[in-house]
Ligand binder design. Structure first.
Ligand SMILES: Nc1ncnc2c1ncn2[C@@H]1O[C@H](COP(=O)(O)OP(=O)(O)OP(=O)(O)O)[C@@H](O)[C@H]1O
Ligand SMILES: [Mg+2]
Length: 244
């Protein structure tokens, strides 16, 4: 479905991603694990066209998307839920959601845009639709960020550390919703997570990225039982140690 080959991503002279190859199949969740600064965000941003200082191949359902701009990539069906959520706290929940539909407005009228699907998925957002997004709890704000990405009707959803700053029970709720998106709608998901153990439990495969290179990949259950990976990324204190 999405095939990345030998992708390099630079910020000016700094090469953040160095010849990465990975793929995701239809209706699959994969996890990307890596320490701070490993290149995870750079990789996700490059996939959705937010950084054009890139080299290599990104093929989505047979289309080479490396030269396309962000709106075109979103319209083809890849959406990013960015690190730190990036919602607009002084705008209402519904206006934040509507922003996610912006790339669709080239083909559709605003009046035809429906929020029903998002409100079915996150009923609490329906209750809060007219409130300023900044007044919501962290978990609800993450739902807004996910809802906004879903408004573009993606086939692949990229999530950059969705659990940051959320309570364990809220994190589980969010992961369950992501799992249901995959099961019920067939949306594929690339999950970047510091909370690596939980993410691997919800995914079929995982990749480990270190200083811009993929250093390990495999079935999630194999990664979960790999001693080196457990020691480096899944140890009891991993989250506390690496959380910003
Ligand atoms: N806008 C930028 N300008 C210059 N260097 C950058 C920029 N963004 C990222 N980098 C550098 O690129 C490398 C990869 O950063 P990136 O944010 O992709 O890592 P990450 O794996 O997402 O880290 P984190 O876990 O902290 O979110 C780091 O060395 C970082 O300092
Ligand atoms: Mg990051």
């Amino acid at each position: 479905m999405l095939k990345i080959k030998n992708l390099s991503v630079k910020h000016g002279q700094i090469e953040a991603v160095k010849g990465v190859s990975l793929h995701i199949n239809p209706k699959e969740i994969i996890t990307l694990i890596g320490s701070n600064g490993a290149g995870k965000t750079s990789l996700l941003e490059a996939i959705v066209g937010l950084n054009k200082n890139i080299d290599g191949e990104i093929n989505f359902n047979g289309t080479d998307i490396i030269k396309l701009n962000s709106d075109q990539i979103v319209n083809l069906g890849i959406s990013l839920v960015p690190e730190g959520r990036q919602i607009f706290s002084k705008m209402t929940v519904s206006d934040n959601l509507l922003l996610g539909a912006y790339p669709r407005l080239k083909k559709e009228k605003v009046s035809s845009i429906s929020f029903d699907f998002i409100y079915t998925l996150f009923p609490i957002l329906k209750e809060k639709t007219k409130l300023l997004a900044g007044t919501l709890s962290g978990g609800q704000q993450q739902m807004v960020a996910i809802g906004r990405a879903l408004m573009a009707k993606p086939k692949i959803l990229l999530l950059d550390e969705p659990s940051t700053g959320l309570a364990p029970l809220v994190i589980k709720d969010i992961f369950k919703i992501l799992f249901n998106l995959k099961e019920q709608l067939g949306i594929s998901i690339i999950l970047v997570e510091q909370n690596a153990r939980l993410a691997l439990e919800y995914s079929t495969r995982g990749y480990v990225i270190e200083t811009g290179f993929i250093v390990s990949e495999g079935d999630s259950k194999d990664l979960l039982s790999d001693n080196n990976i457990v020691r480096a990324y899944l140890g009891k204190n991993y989250k506390e140690v690496t959380d910003k």
